[in-house]
Each structure stands twice: as C-alpha cells, then as structure tokens.
Design a protein around this ligand. Structure first.
Ligand SMILES: Nc1ncnc2c1ncn2[C@@H]1O[C@H](COP(=O)(O)OP(=O)(O)OP(=O)(O)O)[C@@H](O)[C@H]1O
Ligand SMILES: [Mg+2]
Length: 250
C-alpha cells in the first residue's frame, strides 16, 4: 500500500531522514521506534506533505504522492495525529472531528453527513466527554481521542500516530492500544505508530521499524528487533548522551 524509496530529508547540514526505504501493507500495524531525534516525526512529515523529501519517492495505493500537499495526501488516504495534540480548543468535540470528514475524506459531504461520520468516529474511540464539550475542557486522553477520531473520520487507509501513548496512565494507555488494534481489526486501516513506550508497542504491532540518526537500522518482528544488537546499541548511545533511554531499554 505505502512504498517509500530512498526518502531523505535534510535541514541545512543535518540529514534528519537518511535514504529510508519502507513498505507498509494493507491492515498492518507497524511500530516506528528510535532514540530522541532519530527522525521519526520527520519521516511522518515527509509522508504527509509537511516537509516533502529532498530525495526519494513515496507511492501510496499506486499513486506517486511525493511532493503532494498535506490535504491532498489526506484525501489519498493517509491521516495522522501529532506528537503534541493539535486540536481547535475553542471548538466543540464534534466540530473538531467533523473537520476530518469534511476536508480529509476526499468525498463531498454535507455538514450533517460529516457530523454523522464524526459521531461514528467518536463512538468508535469511546470518548468520555460529550460531543458538545469544548475541547479546552478536555483532559489529555480525551484530546488525544479527539485527534484520533478526526483522523479516523477522514476514512483513511493508513493512520499515522505520533507518540499517542505519552503522558497517559497505564489504564488509558491500554485502552488506546486496544483502540489502535480495533482500527486495524474492525476498519481494516493500517497503523504506523511512533512510540517510546516499549511495552505498548512490542505487544501490539506486527512489525517494527527502527530509526537511528535518520537511518533505518532494523525492520522486523517485535522479537527480532528486541534481539537486534544494533538496536540495543542505538539506545545505549542515547543513554550515554542524555540519560533518557532508561524507560526505553527496560
Ligand atoms: N523543522 C525542523 N527544522 C530543523 N531541524 C529539524 C526540524 N524538525 C526536526 N529537526 C531535526 O531533525 C532531527 C530529527 O527530529 P525528529 O523530530 O524527526 O526526531 P524524533 O525521532 O521524532 O524525536 P523524538 O523522539 O524526540 O520526538 C532532530 O535533530 C531535529 O532537531
Ligand atoms: Mg518525534
């Protein structure tokens, strides 16, 4: 479904994503891990038209989307959530979600049709606040669910989630993990999931891709990746530098 070849993104002299090849199939849950600054979010940004790659080709469902604008890519069927939730805080829960159906789905829906799609997505993610609540009233979990519902309301074939688990309680994280699995199981949507919380991602993914300093250093089953010495070394290097790998290495 997604095929990326030799994707490279540079910021000045820094190569944030370095010649990455990547395939994602139908109805697959793929994890994306790597130390802080490895290029994970930048890779998402190249796939979603935020920062088109300097080199490389991205095809999706047979269409070359390299260099396409974000809204076009959403309409082709790739939607995402952000590392820091991007919600419209002065708007209601439903307003935030129906935008996905109105502008991301590639269909021309009336506002009431979009609202129905939005309600269905809110139901699916099982948000605890009502649809009329202002997003500014929501806790972190529900803000994340609003973003997730908006991405689902756009009816994607591939959903990219960037550290959706961070900052949640263990119970919330478990619920969110189940929800991402249901996205695949019940809706047939592939999920590409950046996460630092290893327990969550190891148990819930079919395959894991590892980036380090922009390069893909591993791509395999969770077990293969866990036992890969190059992956362990990448995380140990991070711990030496800034001490943040303790949770990751557990
Ligand atoms: N817009 C930008 N301009 C300049 N440099 C950037 C930009 N975005 C990212 N970078 C740099 O690219 C590198 C990769 O950053 P990126 O955010 O992709 O890492 P990450 O793997 O998502 O890290 P984290 O786990 O901390 O979220 C970093 O060195 C970062 O400083
Ligand atoms: Mg990131």
């Amino acid at each position: 479904m997604l095929s990326a070849t030799n994707v490279t993104k540079r910021f000045g002299g820094l190569t944030a994503v370095d010649s990455v090849d990547l395939e994602i199939d139908d109805a697959e849950i793929v994890g994306l891990i790597g130390p802080n600054g490895a290029g994970k979010t930048t890779l998402f940004n190249t796939l979603t038209g935020v920062h088109p790659p300097n080199e490389g080709t991205i095809t999706f469902n047979g269409t070359d989307i390299t260099g396409s604008e974000s809204h076009q890519i959403a309409q082709h069927g790739i939607t995402r959530t952000f590392q820091t939730p991007r919600t419209f805080d002065e708007e209601t829960v439903l307003e935030n979600v129906l935008i996905g159906a109105l502008f991301g789905s590639g269909k021309s829906l009336s506002r009431s049709e979009a609202a129905d799609v939005g309600r269905d997505a809110l139901d699916f993610v099982d948000i605890s606040h009502g649809e009329d609540a202002d997003v500014s009233e929501l806790n972190l979990m529900d803000r994340k669910l609003v973003e997730l519902a908006r991405a689902i309301a756009a009816n994607p074939d591939l959903l990219l989630v960037d550290e959706i688990g961070s900052g949640l309680t263990p119970t919330e994280l478990e619920k969110l993990t189940n929800t991402l699995q249901r996205v695949r199981d019940e809706r047939g949507i592939s999920v590409f999931w950046i996460e630092h919380i290893m327990d969550a991602i190891m148990g819930a993914t079919d395959r894991i891709v590892v980036l380090n300093q922009g390069e893909k250093i591993a791509d395999g089953t969770p077990e293969e990746v866990q036992n890969d010495p190059a992956v362990a070394e990448a995380y140990l290097g991070e711990r030496d530098e800034d001490g943040t790998a303790a949770e990751v290495a557990e």
